[in-house]
Design a protein around this ligand. Sequence first.
Ligand SMILES: Nc1ncnc2c1ncn2[C@@H]1O[C@H](COP(=O)(O)OP(=O)(O)O)[C@@H](O)[C@H]1O
Ligand SMILES: [Mg+2]
Length: 293
Amino acid sequence: MDVVRRPVILGVCFALGLVLAAAGAPLAASMATGQQAATPAPVSTQLSPAEMEVFLLQASMSRIRDAGAGVTASQRATLSDGRLTHDAHIQTVDIARPVFQAGAKTELNFKDTYRYNIAGYRLARLVGLETVPMSVERNVNGKAASVTWWVDDVLMDEKERMRKSTSGPNPGRTTSQLQVMLVWDELIQNKDRNRGNIVWTKDWTMWLIDHTRAFRLGKDLMKPETLTRCERGLFERLKALTDESIAEAVGPSLTKLEREALLERRDRIVTILSDRIAKLGEDVVLFTLRGPG
Ligand SMILES: Nc1ncnc2c1ncn2[C@@H]1O[C@H](COP(=O)(O)OP(=O)(O)O)[C@@H](O)[C@H]1O
Ligand SMILES: [Mg+2]
């Protein structure tokens, strides 16, 4: 595990992504209207999103090594700006294939690209999902890459959680976080939420990483039957999404077609959840996700 050496943020690395939205305009605006973030920050930090972005974009890189898991041979690097030292994940994958054989499944219009890590972070922030770590585009050794804040204090990934058959000290919160993930993955049509792409920090906060195989053009949901509940703030923000707000948030990391498909899926998600609310009542379907402790 890498070490943050700047005292003001010592020990709070795992919460940094959660705090990012706190200073962001979209979140600030929706907070003013009483909406809550889908995943509240457990701990605060003094590193603002703007500072973190500058750090990821400009800090010098050393100790570039294998990220340690996964299938795309992505890397982990240690970044330092002279005051702060923290690790980042580096992903340069950028593949597009008309037809791709993923195990037993054939996927058309297959893409696996670092660009979607950036889109994932930016869109997550827009919908108030604060547990997708910050990701920026940066040239690394001559290649375009996503450079993503490394999530510290990882307790285990989902694979290990399943193996240990544990839900931590607050199983209800763990389930709620997974339900947020199900909605999120349908929104972005993530084809690769394998168990290595979910990591749990020591405070039992779920972090969602690796969105390089998301943002498909399909308009149908993958598993609509899994959409049974949703976080209140997330539901409100989903309803408020527009092509303009998405385009402004994600910039060139998504194409117009990718944004259009996303909005179609949003409509389907909102219809399913609204129907359930009409049938079962808001208190059964919507929940407020609280921070750890
Ligand atoms: N931001 C991050 N913070 C902590 N660990 C990460 C982060 N990004 C990736 N990892 C670790 O590196 C592994 C490989 O990265 P990933 O983005 O999943 O690439 P792949 O496409 O090869 O699966 C992940 O399974 C996880 O263990
Ligand atoms: Mg992965």
